[in-house]
Design a protein around this ligand. Structure first.
Ligand code: GAL
Length: 437
């Protein structure tokens, strides 16, 4: 298998207590402060009229978060037209394909979204599509701004290749507070898979689907699987399985797949027609109790003003582990607007931009000097876990395994949703591993 840089590390975050001037979280980015005092710009973008940014951030909270990054860039680069080239599809299912077509035709945008780890290396760095940005790190003093664990993840073959903007937690169960209360269900971070299935039985008997799933987004089921696998293996062996040090034929993998099948006993009947955010709507509306999703869901709920309807807890059985889904932006080789591209990275790497972005996106800032005093309750919970938990990579979000392995699992999941055949799915995992060599 290709290199897997996460190694079950604990990332300590230095949380500055003081509010940065004019930068209360969630407020407009520069709060009246001249942008020139906030961002040290590369050089004026004379002659470069545009900046084209490629991502898959099109849902409510994603678009709101992206807009904060655009505002940060525009405040420092007035007059440059920002072209939003986002391609819809959760976890980049469509965007990544469209981007490969552009990159192979030598038509890159000015920057694109990537996760660190296997995705960054195999899709973009190894084929030579990116420029290393070590100089920018030195110039912007980013080496001390980001946690070392994050820096290690964005470094490929000794060179820095990504500016991280936010850190999502992938192993979260969100729930409708009223539905749980009505059914006498309480949850804590220490809950187990057995606790979940007991609650699911109660909910089923009450005629409420326990789990809202949006399996139209294949990644939503892959993510459900990886969270269930984490519960079965624990963080150490979960990390080892991506390195080929724990076999896919392990009995605990069988248990995880059996549990994956069991969720379907009490799931929304229209799951095949819904995307992840459609499934989230079911929970906000009280039509289902839980949904297992990364915390971009909290950004979605916030954008739809539904955040008060929901609570959160880690995916059952995964207390003490943090599945990190880190988003960042690259510097392309041959960017059409190279000065603007650099200025984009400078803007999104800034403390102010990350503080403005995070609450809309449901993330925590990637920078460790972000002002934690303005975090909402969800962000506080996530930041605390990120600081003390075992940090592990995500398969569904590109970091844990090669794109080939990920795509083999995606294909196997699509069949599994239909037949719930545990043995066939496990064999597909074993085969995918042996194909990796
Ligand atoms: C992830 C990405 C998140 C969020 C999610 C759903 O891959 O890192 O920022 O957008 O997909 O689309």
């Amino acid at each position: 298998m290709s290199s897997r840089p996460f190694s079950n590390v604990r990332f300590s975050r230095r949380q500055a207590g003081k509010v940065a001037a004019g930068a209360a979280l969630g407020s407009a980015l520069v709060g009246g402060i001249p942008a020139s005092r906030i961002f040290a710009q590369a050089t004026p973008a004379a002659g470069e009229a545009e900046l084209e940014i490629f991502s898959w951030w099109t849902t409510a909270g994603e678009a709101a978060g992206l807009d904060e990054l655009f505002k940060a860039f525009s405040a420092a680069n007035p007059g440059v037209k920002v072209v939003n080239a986002a391609v819809a599809g959760g976890a980049g299912s469509n965007a990544q394909v469209a981007l490969q077509t552009r990159l192979s035709a030598n038509q890159p945008p000015d920057s694109w979204q990537s996760h660190p780890g296997a995705e960054l290396k195999a899709r973009y760095v190894d084929p030579g599509y990116t420029e290393a940005i070590d100089d920018l790190y030195t110039e912007q003093k980013w080496d001390s701004a980001f946690p070392q664990g994050v820096i290690d993840l964005i470094t490929v073959d000794g060179k820095k290749q990504l500016v991280p903007v936010g850190v999502h937690r992938g192993n979260v169960m969100f729930y409708n507070k009223e539905v749980l209360e009505k059914n006498g269900i309480t949850v804590t971070d220490a809950w187990t898979m057995d606790d979940y299935f007991k609650a699911a039985d109660t909910l089923k008997a009450a005629g409420v689907p326990a789990l809202a799933l949006g399996s139209k987004d294949t990644f939503a089921v892959v993510q459900l699987f990886e969270n269930t696998l984490l519960a079965a293996l624990g963080p150490d062996d979960f990390t080892k399985v991506w390195k080929g040090e724990v076999g896919w034929d392990d009995d605990r993998v069988t248990t995880a797949i059996q549990n994956l099948a069991r969720y379907f006993d009490s799931v929304n009947s229209d799951h095949a027609a819904l995307t992840w955010d459609g499934a989230a709507d079911e929970v906000y509306a009280g039509k289902a109790a839980f949904t297992s999703m990364g915390d971009w869901l909290y950004g979605d709920a916030t954008a739809k003003e539904k955040q008060d309807a929901i609570g959160w807890v880690n995916h059952p059985g995964t207390d003490g582990a943090f599945v990190a889904v880190i988003d960042g932006f690259t510097l392309p080789k041959g960017a059409p607007h190279p000065v603007n591209a650099k200025n984009w990275l400078i803007a999104v790497g800034s403390k102010e931009a990350q503080e403005a972005f995070a609450p809309h996106k449901g993330a925590i800032p990637a920078r460790s000097d972000a002002d934690a005093s303005g975090f909402n309750d969800y962000m506080k919970w996530s930041a605390e876990a990120f600081g003390k938990d075992a940090v592990v990579p995500s398969l569904a979000h590109g970091s844990a395994a090669s794109p080939q392995f990920q795509s083999a699992v995606n294909d196997a999941i699509v069949s599994f949703i239909v037949d719930l055949d545990v043995e066939t799915f496990q064999q597909a995992l074993v085969d995918a591993q042996s194909d990796e060599g």
